[in-house]
Write a protein that binds this ligand. Structure first.
Ligand code: DGL
Length: 254
């Protein structure tokens, strides 16, 4: 069973891509809503939360981990606390499949992400290995606003502020390196249009899901889909209902 991990609804973008490609794959999904948003927390706090989250997934039957959260590195945390061997079939994270997709890109790439992701330096370091130029821009408020269902005007305001902040930069591609953001990919497009920029915006969900399915090819079962959340949330339930109506699923608050 694949265990997917995020602070809340963000990882649903990756889960959706994965289930569309392989409906019969068994998945347990943990959303740590009680501690969301992750992107404005310190690396020390995130390490503890990641360790606890992965432990919950393992206790609930996961044999592999798909970290659908850019703000933490599950691999590094598990390595540090010696839990890596408890994940027999390994870990897939957002960063490698995403960087790999653009390793031969010649123009500059703009990365929108949480402050925690950008402060970790992980994308900068990995793109540097391929000599791909990136510019990073943190959006502190957006993941929380999306997680807790802020109204669309508020979300639009935050996205407009971000696109205005990069309006003078010379990029030809934008990657949404926070799994919460693709729920509003069209708003990013409209916002760039407002400032007269036409750019391609990339959601990594599909390439990450593909990587997980090819690495974890031992999970095809009855299509079990189990959500566990650390705090009840009407918005989480609404999003699950909206995107997974065609699947049998359970939601448990722990
Ligand atoms: N969706 C996660 C990410 O990709 C976490 C966002 C947050 O909770 O701030 O970074």
């Amino acid at each position: 069973m694949i265990g997917i991990f995020d602070s809340g609804i963000g990882g649903l973008t990756v889960l959706k891509a994965l289930k569309e490609k392989s409906p019969q794959t068994d998945v347990v999904y943990f959303g740590d809503i009680k501690n969301a948003p992750y992107g404005i927390k310190t690396q020390d706090d995130l390490k503890i939360l990641t360790a606890l989250g992965v432990k919950k997934l393992l206790e609930n039957g996961a044999t592999n981990i798909l970290s659908a959260c850019n703000s933490v590195s599950a691999f590094m945390v598990l390595e540090e606390i010696g839990l890596l061997s408890d994940v027999p079939f390994g870990i897939v994270e957002m960063i490698n499949p995403t960087v790999s997709e653009f390793k031969n890109h010649s123009g500059e790439i703009l990365i929108f992400a949480t402050p925690a992701t950008i402060e970790s330096g992980a994308y900068q370091e990995n793109f540097r290995k391929h000599n791909v130029e990136i510019k990073t821009f943190p959006i502190a408020e957006l993941a929380g606003a999306i997680e807790f269902g802020a109204d669309e005007n508020e979300i639009e305001r935050i996205i407009d502020e971000a696109t205005t902040g990069v309006s003078q930069d010379n990029f030809d591609k934008v990657i949404l390196c926070c799994t919460h953001y693709p729920f509003f990919l069209d708003k990013f497009e409209q916002s760039f249009k407002k400032i007269g920029r036409k750019v391609e915006i990339f959601d990594p969900a599909s390439v990450v899901a593909e990587t997980a399915l090819s690495k974890f090819n031992n999970n095809v079962g009855d299509g079990e889909l189990k959500f566990i959340i650390s705090q009840d949330s009407p918005n989480f339930r609404k999003m699950v209902e909206k995107h997974f109506a065609n699947y049998n699923y359970t939601i448990e608050v722990i």
